[in-house]
Design a protein around this ligand. Structure first.
Ligand SMILES: [Fe+2]
Length: 305
């Protein structure tokens, strides 16, 4: 049962991801929910963004007037849409999305305050691959970003394209390289780590593509309170390949509220593992060792704690 507190703009509900699914998000950095929002809400969102329906804000934020909201609505950051009851109920608090946010961000998830509207007249060339401005690489997950496509967005209409696993450090790709398309029917929600490498994909069809982008926020310290999975063993879990596993495991430990217990020895020690080894990796549960070098200041990729 979802509980929304309108005074703090936070919500609570049951988590829906289990250990493996949380770890999968740590490895991949994204999740896509095709067609999660109902059609009449997608249509209303397009009408709102194109100025075809009047605004009906549920309240005026302190210090703001209706004129302020009109100006905001007409801007490339139409955050006034977050004040519409129908948008709060069916998009921001979408049941499928809320359970995932609760799993990744803990209790009392904070709703977004700033919307970014990416309106494109198709056909259009692809953007260059980029990490968004102000991204940070680190083991913390204080916020999670969402994009919402209110119209059918097949590959031909240039959905966002992203490269799995690139939220862990600086990445580059050539314009000609392809990624995963967040394509889907109207109402598709893409959930991703804000640091992930992405771009607006090439579009070949004609028409207008709307996309709204915004962040959900953590308000409580992390703890491992998503769905416990019988048999899940952090010692034997798969954290990724060379130069990746150490970052993924750090992120998973931070989310588990155990970042202060995370130390690694390097080489073939945990969190590295291979399907061909005949026993569990050495080095699990060490209290002394290194941390991954998120800031890229050491040649070997390890930092002193
Ligand atoms: Fe971007």
């Amino acid at each position: 049962m979802l509980h929304y507190d309108a005074t703090t703009r936070t919500f609570d509900c049951e988590p829906t991801l289990n250990d493996s699914q949380v770890l999968d998000f740590c490895r991949q950095g994204y999740l896509i929910l095709p067609g999660a929002v109902p059609d009449h809400i997608n249509q209303r969102t397009c009408d709102y963004l194109e100025g075809r329906i009047p605004a009906n804000p549920s309240y005026l934020p302190p210090g703001m007037s209706l004129q302020d909201l009109e100006r905001i609505r007409a801007s490339h950051e139409p955050s006034s849409i977050f004040l519409e009851d129908w948008f709060i109920e069916h998009v921001l608090l979408n049941a499928q999305l809320a359970g995932i946010m609760r799993s990744l961000l803990g209790r009392r998830v904070g709703l977004p305050v700033l919307a970014s509207h990416h309106r494109v007249e198709c056909p259009a060339q692809p953007q260059g691959w980029h990490h968004d401005a102000d991204h940070v690489f680190g083991p913390e997950l204080h916020f999670v970003e969402v994009f919402y496509f209110p119209q059918d967005t097949p590959a031909a209409l240039g959905p966002t394209e992203l490269i799995p696993g690139t939220h862990l450090g600086p990445s580059r790709r050539e314009l000609s390289e392809k990624g995963v398309l967040a394509e889907g029917p109207a109402g598709t929600l893409g959930i991703h780590h804000q640091s992930i490498l992405h771009r607006r994909g090439e579009s070949t069809a004609s028409g207008i593509r709307h996309m709204l982008k915004y962040n959900y926020w953590r308000t409580t310290p992390p703890q491992r309170d998503w769905i416990g999975e019988p048999g899940f063993d952090p010692h034997r879990a798969y954290y990724g390949g060379h130069n990746v596993a150490r970052y993924v495991a750090h992120l998973y430990y931070w989310l588990s509220g155990a970042a202060d217990q995370y130390r690694i020895l390097g080489g073939q020690a945990w969190p590295w593992s291979s399907a061909n080894q005949i026993g569990p990796s050495y080095g699990f549960g060490q209290r002394e060792g290194y941390l991954p070098d998120w800031r890229k200041q050491h040649q070997d990729g390890y930092a002193n704690p």
